[in-house]
Design a protein around this ligand. Structure first.
Ligand SMILES: Cc1cc2nc3c(=O)[nH]c(=O)nc-3n(C[C@H](O)[C@H](O)[C@H](O)COP(=O)(O)O)c2cc1C
Length: 305
């Protein structure tokens, strides 16, 4: 997820059992033309294996060349974004624009299949809008070419994040899909996760917003799958995790940018606690790590005697 699934957040999610953690979306063109910021997004921890990097691009040869750069940098798998509805991406012909240009999407897959073949997956939405449902076509196309899996967020591009993800539609067509299908959208609780994971047509689920301020959601799901019991992190584990997240962000971005990003995550971490709104306002005024650490310790640390 752009702006979210950086190295630090992936590390934290992995520590709670995420089997995969896809990178932020990286511009294929940016990589090929040597853009430093795009290159930085390829950084990963040793533990982040398999290292799965998402690219966006509209030109088959550029996407292929970028994929080769990504693999040479140590990644194991490429995900090609064909679902991002954000204007900045769509206007370049990439992301969800490809849902309206299936022939171009096919050319991209064909370029990736050329020897030596690139291991890749595809991420889509169900279509551009309600009148153009193309999920079936994209599943068939991804299987005809050599995509390893396809992830679908079952909203249309024009919906952006409004309304609800149409899981009924997704599940109704994936039963005998010719390649592994991963579903993504509105999974916010363990029961829902479990329900989709047990569907025979799905090979996995991808979590997005449900992990904001709740990276332990992965473990909540896994513990439930293991023994049917609910699990939740202790305040101590939350405290440790949140502090660790701050350290990782500082390491990844340096003090100044790290702090800005940490404040964003922290505002999610405190969601639901009494006085969260006032606390959030306060957090956004803090300009050094020690003040933030103090707040975390006050909120999640052992009670003062
Ligand atoms: C802030 C944000 C950034 C996202 N960035 C990406 C992205 O870069 N690539 C992508 O494939 N999906 C991206 N998504 C979509 C998510 O991967 C996911 O498919 C979608 O949010 C539905 O899942 P959710 O309801 O669990 O969030 C993003 C979503 C959010 C909220």
């Amino acid at each position: 997820m752009a702006g979210i699934s950086d190295r630090s957040f992936r590390h934290i999610c992995r520590s709670f059992g995420a089997d995969f953690a896809v990178s932020e979306m990286v511009s294929a063109k940016g990589l090929v033309y040597g853009d430093r910021k795009s290159r930085i997004l390829l950084a990963a921890d040793e533990s982040d294996k398999p290292h799965w990097v998402q690219l966006f691009g509209s030109e088959p040869e550029i996407v292929r060349e970028a994929a080769q750069i990504v693999l040479a940098a140590g990644a194991d798998l490429i995900d090609v974004n064909m679902g991002c509805p954000v204007k900045k991406v769509v206007k370049t012909g990439a992301g969800a624009a490809l849902l309206r240009k299936p022939e171009r999407a096919a050319e991209i897959m064909q370029a990736l299949d050329r020897a030596p073949a690139i291991p890749y997956t595809i991420k889509v939405r169900t279509g551009w809008d309600h009148d153009t449902f193309v999920l079936n076509d994209f599943i068939d196309m991804a299987a005809t070419f050599n995509a390893k899996a396809l992830t679908c967020h079952p909203r249309t591009a024009t919906m952006m994040f409004s309304g609800k993800a149409d899981w009924d539609k997704l599940l109704s067509i994936v039963e005998n899909a010719p390649l592994p299908i991963i579903g993504s959208g509105d999974i916010d609780d363990v029961d829902t996760a479990n329900q989709y994971l047990s569907h025979p047509g799905l090979s996995g689920i991808m979590l997005g917003r449900g992990t904001f301020g709740r990276p332990w959601f992965f473990r909540e799901i896994k513990e439930f799958l293991r023994d049917g019991k609910s699990w939740s992190p202790t305040p101590e584990l939350k405290q440790k995790t949140i502090l660790k997240h701050g350290e990782l962000l500082k390491e990844e971005y340096g003090e100044k940018i790290g702090l800005l990003l940490y404040r964003k995550h922290l505002s999610w971490y405190i969601k639901g606690i009494p006085g969260a709104a006032a606390c959030r306002r306060h957090i956004f005024t803090l300009t050094d790590y020690s003040a933030i650490r103090k707040i975390v310790n006050e909120l999640f640390g052992p009670p003062h005697l």
